[in-house]
Ligand binder design. Structure first.
Ligand code: ASP
Length: 575
C-alpha cells in the first residue's frame, strides 16, 4: 500500500511510529522554515509538518493536490480537539507530490461561500469531496447493507429483474430503448419491477426483495429523478398487516442503527379519507396542528351568501385557523394558493377578542363558535370536498413553513386509498395505486355491477402508503390474483382486451397456473434517505444526479448519438 494509515486514524498511541499517509492538501500554512499541511482523505485530516528541505516542493503547491507523506508520528504541541487526530502530527522526512491540482473552479469546503447547484453538479467529482456528501454516500451504503441483512434474516431472497423489458406503463411515461435486432421495436426501462415481482410469487419465491433502479420519464422536482432506487418487496400468503409489520421493522432498524432514533411501534394508521378531511393531503404532515375545521353546518344558513350557494350545490365549507395574525401580504399569498386550486379567493378574518377584518361581518352570526377555536387568522373555503381540503391543506403547509412548525419526526401509514381516481386530462378512471391493486373484500362483487362513476370512485382498495414528516416514502398493496377480476379492472380503466393482452399478457397467463395470494410494497430509497438526513433535495443523496430540468451537467447529457448507430437502429432524428 502507498499508505500505512488513513488520514483519520492516528492517535496518541501511535506516537513514535513511522507512517505513510496519502491524501489531498486540504490546507497549507507556511511559517518561516516550516510548513503545516492538513492532509485529508475520506476518513479525516492529519497534520503533517514539512521542513525547509521540502520548501521548493511545497511553496507553489496548490490546494487539493494529492501528496504522499512519510515520517514519524509525534505529540502535537498545540492539540486540535476539532479533529480526531488532533493530538498528534507527522514530521515528514519524505514528501512527494503525486498529482498537482489546478485552482478549484468552485469552493467546496467553506460553507460561507455559496456555490450554485449547477456548478456543484458540473464538477460533481469535486463536490463529492465535501465531507457532507461523503457522509451521505456512506449513510446510503450503510442503509443498503442493513436492508440486505434484515431481509436475509427475514428469509427473503434478492432477485434481479430485467432493465430491458416490454413497455408496460405503470402510470408514468416509459423510457424507451430502440432494438437494433428488431427494427422499429423498443424495450422499455422498468418503471418498477411490479409485474416481475408478481410473477416471482407465481414462481414460488414467497419472499422477494430487490434494491433496484427504476426509471420514469416524468418532470423532475426536488424529490424526483428520472432514475431512482426502490426497496422493492413482495410476499405470498401474507396480509396487509404482515407487510406493514415487516416494513415497520425495516424502517425502525434503519432509524435506530443509522440515527440512534427509536421509532414508536406500531406506526400510527390513518385512512385516506381521514387524512384528506383533516389535513387536506394523502401524505399529511401531522407534526403540527392547524387541522381543517368543518363549518358546513354552521354556514349553511348563516347569511354568508357565496358560501351558502356552494353548500346548496352539494359542497362543503371548511377552514383553517393559523395561530398568528397574518399580514395583508401573507393573506394575499394564501389567496394565491386558493386561486391555484381554482377558487376565486379565500374568505378570511382575524379572530381576536372579536372578529376583525376581511369577512368578519358575514361571520358575525357564528362568531361565538368561531371564537372558541382560539386566536389567529381564519381562512375559509367552500365548494367540492376534495378541492376544498387540498387547497386548505396546501395553505396549512405554507403556514407551517412560515411559522417554522415542520419540525420533529412523525411516521404513519395512510390506508384505504380509493381504488380509482378521475383523470381530468384523460376523462376516464385511472388506478389510484396501479391496476393490480386488490379492492377491499366487501366491494369485490360490486365491481361486476353496473356502477356509476361516483360509486366506482367511492370503492376503496387494499393499498397503503408510508408517510414520514409529510413525505410519501413508500407505497404498497395487496394484489389481484383472479384473472376475471383483473380483466374487469382493465375494462373499467378502458384498457381494451387486445391492449391488456399485449401489455399484461404474461401476468394474465400466469394467473392460470396456481397463483398464491400476495402483496407487497416499494420504498423510494433515495427519498427515504433524503427524509432521514433532512436534506432539501433528493439530489443530495445521489452521487451523480440529473439537475432540476433533467440534464447531466458533468457529462453534458443527454447528447446526440452517432449517426452510424442511429442508422443501424433505423432511427431518423429529424434534425
Ligand atoms: N410497484 C409499486 C410502485 O412502484 C409499489 C408496489 O405496489 O409494490 O409504486
Amino acid at each position: 500500500m502507498l499508505r500505512s494509515h488513513n488520514c483519520g486514524e492516528l492517535r496518541k498511541t501511535d506516537i513514535k511510529k513511522r507512517v505513510k499517509l496519502a491524501g489531498w492538501v486540504h490546507s497549507l500554512r507556511s511559517f518561516g522554515k516550516k510548513a503545516f499541511i492538513d492532509l485529508r482523505d475520506r476518513h479525516g485530516i492529519t497534520q503533517a509538518v514539512l521542513g525547509e528541505e521540502f520548501k521548493a516542493v511545497y511553496s507553489e503547491l496548490p490546494r487539493e493536490s494529492v501528496v504522499l507523506v512519510e515520517g514519524a508520528v509525534v505529540k502535537r504541541k498545540q492539540p486540535n480537539s476539532a479533529i480526531n487526530t488532533g493530538e498528534i502530527e507527522v514530521i515528514a522526512d519524505k514528501f512527494i507530490v503525486l498529482s498537482k491540482s489546478k485552482p478549484l473552479p468552485l469552493e467546496i469546503f467553506n460553507p460561507d461561500i455559496k456555490t450554485t447547484e449547477e456548478k456543484r453538479l458540473e464538477y460533481r467529482f469535486l463536490d463529492l469531496r465535501r465531507p457532507e456528501m461523503q457522509r451521505a454516500m456512506e449513510f446510503r451504503f450503510g442503509a443498503e447493507t442493513l436492508i440486505r441483512q434484515y431481509m436475509l434474516l427475514k428469509d427473503f431472497v434478492e432477485i434481479e429483474t430485467p432493465f430491458m423489458s416490454r413497455p408496460t406503463p405503470e402510470g408514468a411515461r416509459d423510457f424507451l430503448v430502440p432494438s437494433r435486432s428488431f427494427k422499429g421495436k423498443f424495450w422499455a426501462l422498468p418503471q418498477s419491477p411490479q409485474i416481475y415481482k408478481q410473477l416471482l410469487m407465481v414462481a414460488g419465491f414467497d419472499k422477494y426483495f430487490q434494491i433496484v433502479r427504476c426509471f420514469r420519464d416524468e418532470d423532475l422536482r426536488a424529490d424526483r429523478q428520472y432514475e431512482f432506487t426502490q426497496i422493492d418487496i413482495e410476499t405470498s400468503f401474507s396480509e396487509e398487516s404482515d407487510i406493514q409489520e415487516l416494513s415497520e421493522g425495516l424502517i425502525s432498524l434503519l432509524y435506530a442503527q443509522l440515527l440512534g432514533i427509536k421509532l414508536k411501534r406500531p406506526f400510527k394508521q390513518m385512512s385516506w379519507e381521514h387524512a384528506i378531511d383533516l389535513y387536506g393531503s394523502d401524505k399529511p404532515d401531522t407534526r403540527f396542528g392547524i387541522e381543517l375545521i368543518e363549518l358546513t353546518d354552521e354556514l349553511r344558513e348563516s347569511g354568508f351568501k357565496i358560501i351558502e350557494k356552494q353548500i346548496r350545490a352539494d359542497g362543503i365549507a371548511k377552514a383553517i385557523l393559523i395561530p398568528e395574525e397574518l399580514t395583508r401580504k401573507e393573506t394575499k399569498a394564501m389567496e394565491k394558493i386558493a386561486k391555484d386550486y381554482g377558487f376565486p379567493g379565500v374568505a378570511w378574518t382575524w379572530i381576536q377578542k372579536e372578529l376583525k377584518g376581511g369577512v368578519a361581518e358575514q361571520l358575525e352570526p357564528i362568531k361565538t363558535k368561531l371564537k372558541k377555536l382560539g386566536k389567529g387568522t381564519l381562512l375559509i373555503l367552500a365548494g367540492d370536498w376534495a378541492r376544498v381540503c387540498e387547497a386548505l391543506g396546501a395553505m396549512r403547509l405554507a403556514a407551517a413553513e412560515k411559522l417554522d412548525l415542520r419540525k420533529g419526526l412523525d411516521v404513519l401509514w395512510v390506508t384505504d386509498f380509493p381504488l380509482f381516481k378521475w383523470s381530468q386530462e384523460k376523462q376516464r378512471l385511472q388506478s389510484g395505486h396501479h391496476p393490480f391493486t386488490l379492492p377491499k373484500p366487501e366491494k369485490l362483487s360490486d365491481l361486476f355491477e353496473n356502477l356509476s362513476e361516483q360509486e366506482l370512485l367511492d370503492i376503496r382498495s387494499q393499498a397503503f402508503d408510508l408517510v414520514i414528516n409529510g413525505t410519501e416514502v413508500g407505497g404498497g398493496s395487496m394484489r389481484i390474483t383472479d384473472k376475471k377480476l383483473q380483466e374487469r379492472i382493465f375494462e373499467l380503466l378502458k384498457i381494451d382486451r387486445k391492449t391488456a393482452k399485449e401489455k399484461f399478457g404474461m401476468l394474465l397467463k400466469a394467473f392460470d397456473y396456481g397463483v398464491p395470494p400476495h402483496g407487497g410494497i416499494a420504498f423510494g430509497f433515495d427519498r427515504l434517505l433524503q427524509v432521514m438526513l433532512g436534506k432539501d433535495s433528493i439530489r443530495d443523496v445521489i452521487a451523480f444526479p440529473k439537475n432540476k430540468v433533467g440534464r447531466a451537467l458533468m457529462e453534458d447529457g443527454p447528447a446526440k448519438a452517432d449517426q452510424e448507430l442511429l442508422d443501424e437502429l433505423g432511427i431518423k432524428t429529424g434534425d
